[in-house]
Design a protein around this ligand. Structure first.
Ligand code: SAM
Length: 263
């Protein structure tokens, strides 16, 4: 499989640095009975050590040449290969207790993170290699220049822990950006939650639609229904100063209005 030509459209940058591979596997700490699913196994840099550590492994790969390569290399009894675009995969089929890992194709990071969020109740943890800047955005707190919609939405559902950076030279071909590895643990059912998830998503998206503007302007269309003091937000604040609990309070305040008009 030496000749596989890396396909840019599938975000293919293959890990070759044994030290980094070892570091990722140690962070995952796979146990034999784990229900592990790897997204984008590629040429099996991570698949190989994971395969050795667990009784059963499932992988999802879009590139048919790589699927063929994996079929030849591994026994079907132990490796289940799903030949598909991961964004179309219904993770409900795998049941509970899932551990999801992958050196992800960076071109679909956000849609993939949001796709998996639907299944967070079934997931124990996720370990992903992503572009460092995306992980910094995921973990950013209010006041941080990278704090935005991605931070609020993901932090409403997961504990996000950035683990370590990975240099471009660890991959073939080398990507133009620095990478990093993140651990995501879904929060339990007793986490602070908005009454209506769709309204929450809408309010957060609107608030960050013009992040340099004051919220009284950005949310002007709903201003008659907002009691700023009650939600603990100043009308002159910008979205990047607003924390998760304040967004939840704002969303709950707007739910009677927005949940109704959406129907
Ligand atoms: N895990 C390998 C490694 O570490 O060397 C490959 C990582 S490479 C960054 C991303 C992998 O995801 C490639 O194998 C690529 O073909 C696969 N991929 C890209 N888009 C995908 C999609 N939508 N669904 C499933 N796999 C995808």
């Amino acid at each position: 499989m030496q000749q596989h030509q890396a396909r840019k459209r599938f975000g293919q940058n293959f890990l070759h640095d044994e030290g980094v591979i070892h570091q990722i596997v140690r962070a995952i700490d796979p146990q034999s009975a784990d229900k592990l699913i790897e997204i984008g196994p590629g040429m099996s840099a991570l698949t190989q050590p994971l395969f050795q550590a667990v009784d059963q492994l499932t992988v999802v790969e879009i590139d048919r040449d790589l699927v063929q390569f994996l079929q030849k290399k591994y026994a079907a009894e132990k490796l289940t290969i799903i030949s598909a675009d991961v964004l179309t995969v219904d993770f409900a089929q795998f049941g509970d207790g899932l551990r999801i890992v992958g050196n992800l194709p960076y071109n679909i990071s956000s849609p993939l993170l949001f796709h998996l969020m639907q299944y967070a109740d079934q997931i124990v943890d996720q370990h992903f290699m992503l572009q460092k800047e995306v992980i910094d955005r995921m973990a950013a707190k209010p006041g941080d220049p990278l704090y935005g919609r991605l931070s609020v939405m993901l932090q409403s559902r997961y504990r996000i822990i950035k683990l370590f950076d990975v240099a471009p030279e660890s991959f073939t071909p080398a990507p133009k950006v620095i990478s990093a590895v993140v651990r995501m643990r879904p929060l339990k059912a007793d986490r602070p939650q908005a009454k209506d998830a769709a309204v929450f998503e809408k309010v957060v998206a609107q608030a960050f639609s013009q992040r340099r503007k004051m919220l009284r302007g950005v949310l002007a269309q709903w201003a008659d229904h907002i009691d700023w003091d009650a939600v603990g937000i100043a009308p002159t604040d910008r979205a990047d100063a607003v924390g998760l609990s304040q967004f939840i309070a704002l969303s709950d305040m707007l739910t009677p209005l927005l949940a109704k008009t959406e129907k």
